[in-house]
Design a protein around this ligand. Structure first.
Ligand code: ZN
Ligand code: ZN
Length: 882
């Protein structure tokens, strides 16, 4: 709506204000006014002079209905945004929609509604709910990831990554959810199950897929976590563990081609072949078996080499050995089952001797080669050296099969006899770093670290190894065999191979009105008009990629679009990003700690390396709010414990609903839903409303007359309470966001004001209407971040001008906010003898002195010896005498 019309609706005309607090009437009236004012929540452009503040809540998936978890997330962000506006910041507070994804397709199957229609309908419904809640979003910057003006840039980024080798195709084992009928990223597999279907076991399939090379940034993603003190430690720890850096070495064992018959079932090692020289294979053509280890210092204790059942060498052995081939097949099957059960490490370890031996490159000793079901091909090199004496898993395996165990490190603590005169014998297996090497040739007597360094250097020098860092983080599989996502912008040409779609042909539009089924791969592959295309290189026929991108791709960069949401020639202009980024405060659920919050940190680095932005990290401060619980479980449709925000708003109003979710628990903790609580907050807001109306005229009159408040003790006490409340809320916003205690403090203030009203009738009056007129405007400002509708109504009714967002947050006078003196009991041997009056910040010394100065205390201790004085600051002094 044009701004001129908004100006006309200045004061909503109300004939006679009812005494009853009617939130629906007040809120709908103000909502309409706010909706009609496009400037209200609009951020100023860069260079406005005010400091910027970018506050953001994670964008929701448009399911069609807000739930209480959303309300909580947005109420926190909205309180902060309003507060920062009042603190004079240039605030950017946008909202958008993570609008691609499976539910739209499933709904299409169920209701015969096209995904686009279903999604846009849901967005409209949820936007209405957000507006009804009075959330301060600038809808002019709204983004919707499923619309072409957004996803063309998602595709554009994909092409930039393709050019740099950061997007690539490879055949690999991938996670497959049979219910989603698509591939999933590692991050989307939770305990072996689909993140969307927590009871559905994810299968492993061999497919050729598109990946983004997140591993290129593994080290930087890890290091960056140290520079994010504004992130919860929990989230940073989760990311560190997910990235999973480990430092070690890769060394090569040599296959001994001379020994290939099963002599002793592979239980013992054999001495080095004649003429062995460390680091040199006996036969230059022998196969090499690289193994990765973090404990190269224990290599002299290796008594076998173990291969993953899919290892190429294992396959080679199996070709000439039917028994082994059958064994390997069952090991593969066991491993697959264990993976699908969610915890491959918990597998019942089984293996089989191959009949072959490998030469330890340091000792020349020949160790049997086994194939084992707990060795994963895609971890490390797919082969390990097994050191049963100093590794838990190796020990378990060796014990089961009776393999040799050899001790090669000795903990320092066991070298010297202990105080009891007995040596502290270690129990196998042990891994203690603070050990010395033994049975290790020339390394004997070295410490573990020293030995690792020297052995690694030796291996490198002789060409059979090198230091190696590995990460648990894998590249991000982004292909999805589903319809409702951004098409991957490449073509396959019989002559030219993979051909990127030229930039000027973007977006690759997702065709509409197509038949959606979950069978036989991507629905797009059955749309000839989409699949059949022309190769931009040779002009011949080409086939379009029919996989779409994971929806987490869309949300990896969305917050860079808000500051420049309508840019038609680029994803955004750098100037705007340089001004607004990094995001000052990001708020969302902890369930995104690994998924979205790692992907977007990766994407940020890619954009930086493209020269598009200057920041390394997207977010300075991250906050993860707790869940909303009811009857002991997270609210969810399947548990039948959902409370609808619409219902709460209809019954108690948006202000009460919002204020309740902030009041019921600290924002980082789980919140146990109690409808009584909402009712209570609503009653409180009613009291504030009536209080405001009672002094409406006094406030208006004071605004013109500027009368000073009275100086009676009661008046002073009220002013003190006001300034203490301001101080508390101001500090909470800057600190730990204990909005629950902030709101409790406002409630206390209101209680004191109401109780003091009796003083108006005293003769002479203890307080004046003018004093009330001083307190009320501040009270209104204090509730504005939590209950914006009521605050706006009372502000307007008491003669305030313009939006509260443009009104400065009230300051506090530190002298006025000082506590009154406390009454502190003084005991002698536990018996109350006196009361002293002290300021609450009095130190122990002062308290002790004051107590000992009391005449009654002096009398009680006369002639006795003071043993000690117990001082509990602010509470109690107890003097112990004998
Ligand atoms: Zn699934
Ligand atoms: Zn071509």
């Amino acid at each position: 709506m044009p701004p001129t019309e908004a100006k006309k609706t200045v004061a909503p005309a109300v004939a006679a204000l009812p005494e009853r607090y009617d939130p629906a009437e007040i809120e709908v009236r103000w909502q309409q006014r706010w909706d009609e004012d496009p400037e209200l929540y609009r951020a100023e452009p860069a260079g406005s002079g005010r400091p910027k503040y970018y506050v953001l809540e994670m964008l929701p998936y448009p399911s069609g209905q807000l739930h209480m978890g959303h309300v909580r997330n947005y109420a926190i962000g909205d309180a902060l945004a309003r507060y920062m506006w009042m603190q004079g910041y240039n605030v950017l507070h946008p909202m958008g929609w993570d609008a691609f994804g499976l539910p739209a397709e499933n709904a299409a199957l169920k209701n015969q509604t096209p995904p686009r229609e279903w999604t846009l309908g849901n967005i409209a419904a949820m936007r209405r709910q957000m507006q009804r809640l009075g959330l301060s979003y600038d809808w002019q910057t709204e983004i919707t990831t499923c619309l072409p003006d957004y996803y063309r840039w998602t595709q554009w980024f994909f092409l930039r990554m393709l050019e740099r080798g950061l997007a690539f195709r490879k055949q690999s084992k991938v996670n497959w959810c049979p219910l989603c009928a698509t591939v999933l990223a590692n991050e989307q597999v939770v305990d072996g199950c689909c993140w969307r279907h927590e009871d559905t076991i994810v299968e492993q399939r061999d497919l050729e897929q598109w990946f983004l090379r997140t591993t290129n940034y593994a080290q930087e993603l890890l290091d960056g976590l140290d520079q994010l003190p504004g992130w919860p430690e929990k989230v940073r720890t989760m990311q560190r563990n997910w990235i999973g850096r480990s430092e070690g070495a890769t060394v090569e064992f040599f296959l001994d081609p001379t020994l290939a018959e099963r002599s002793d079932a592979g239980k013992a090692t054999l001495p080095a072949p004649e003429g062995f020289v460390a680091g040199a294979p006996v036969d230059q053509n022998a196969d090499r078996i690289p193994v990765y280890t973090t404990r190269l210092d224990t290599i002299f204790g290796a008594t076998s080499v173990q291969l993953a059942p899919q290892h190429p060498l294992a396959k080679q052995f199996a070709q000439a050995d039917e028994r082994l081939a059958a064994e390997i097949a069952s090991l593969v099957e066991e491993q697959k089952k264990a993976r699908e059960a969610g915890d491959p490490a918990a597998i019942d370890k089984r293996g089989s001797f191959t009949g072959h031996y490998a030469i330890n490159p340091f000792s020349g000793e020949r160790v049997p080669i086994w194939v084992a079901n707990y060795i994963l091909l895609d971890y490390g090199t797919g082969a390990i050296m097994s050191v049963p004496a100093h590794d838990d898993r190796d020990f378990e395996f060796a014990k089961k099969y009776g393999l040799e165990m050899r001790i090669v490190i000795l903990p320092r603590r066991t070298v010297e006899p202990s105080a009891h005169g007995k040596r502290d014998e270690p129990v196998l297996p042990y891994t203690e770093e603070d050990s010395l090497l033994m049975n290790s040739g020339e390394s004997n007597g070295q410490g573990c670290q020293e030995a690792r360094k020297k052995l690694t250097a030796f291996a490198q020098e002789h060409g059979f190894g090198q230091p190696t860092v590995t990460f648990r983080l894998k590249d991000w599989g982004v292909s999805r065999q589903r319809y409702w996502g951004a098409p991957i912008p490449v073509l396959y040409c019989p002559k030219d191979g993979i051909v990127p779609v030229p930039d000027d042909q973007l977006p690759v539009l997702l065709p509409e009105q197509i038949e959606i089924t979950q069978q036989d791969g991507s629905p797009l592959s059955r749309v000839p008009g989409f699949v059949n295309a022309t190769c931009p290189r040779c002009g011949g026929p080409a086939r379009r990629e029919t996989d779409t991108m994971d929806t987490f791709v869309d949300s990896s960069w969305y917050f860079y679009r808000y500051p420049d949401a309508h840019n038609a020639s680029a994803p955004f202009s750098r100037e705007k990003i340089d001004y607004w980024f990094p995001i000052d405060q990001y708020i969302g659920g902890v369930e995104h700690a690994i998924l979205h919050l790692i992907y977007s940190r990766f994407w940020t680095r890619v954009m930086r390396d493209l020269g598009m932005i200057g920041n390394d990290e997207p977010v300075t401060r991250q906050f993860s709010q707790g869940m909303v619980i009811r009857n002991g479980a997270k609210m969810s449709k399947s548990k039948g414990n959902v409370v609808s925000p619409d219902e709460m708003i209809a019954r108690y109003g948006a202000d009460a609903t919002r204020m309740y979710v902030l009041f019921a628990a600290p924002p980082d903790r789980d919140l146990e839903w109690q409808e009584d609580g909402v009712a209570g907050v609503s009653r409180f807001l009613g009291r504030v409303y009536r209080l405001g109306l009672r002094y409406r005229e006094a406030v208006r009159a004071r605004a013109s007359a500027g009368t000073a408040p009275t100086a009676s003790p009661l008046a002073q006490a009220l002013l003190r309470k006001l300034h203490q409340t301001i101080r508390k809320i101001t500090r909470d916003f800057a600190g730990r966001w204990h909005f629950n205690t902030s709101i409790a403090a406002v409630m206390e203030l209101v209680n004191e004001i109401t109780a003091a009203e009796a003083g108006l009738a005293e003769m002479p009056p203890e307080i004046s209407a003018e004093l009330m007129a001083t307190l009320l405007p501040s009270l209104i400002l204090l509730i504005a971040p939590f209950a914006p509708y009521l605050a706006a109504e009372l502000w307007h009714e008491t003669g305030g001008d313009g939006s509260l967002l443009r009104h400065p947050w009230p300051g506090f006078d530190p002298d006025l906010a000082k506590e009154e003196e406390l009454e502190i009991p003084v005991q002698v041997n536990g018996k109350l003898r006196a009361i002293v009056r002290l300021p609450p910040d009095a130190g122990s010394e002062d308290m002790q002195q004051a107590a000992l100065a009391e005449a009654k205390v002096q009398a009680a201790i006369a002639g006795k010896q003071v043993v000690k004085v117990v001082v509990v600051p602010g509470k109690l002094i107890n003097i112990v005498v004998k």
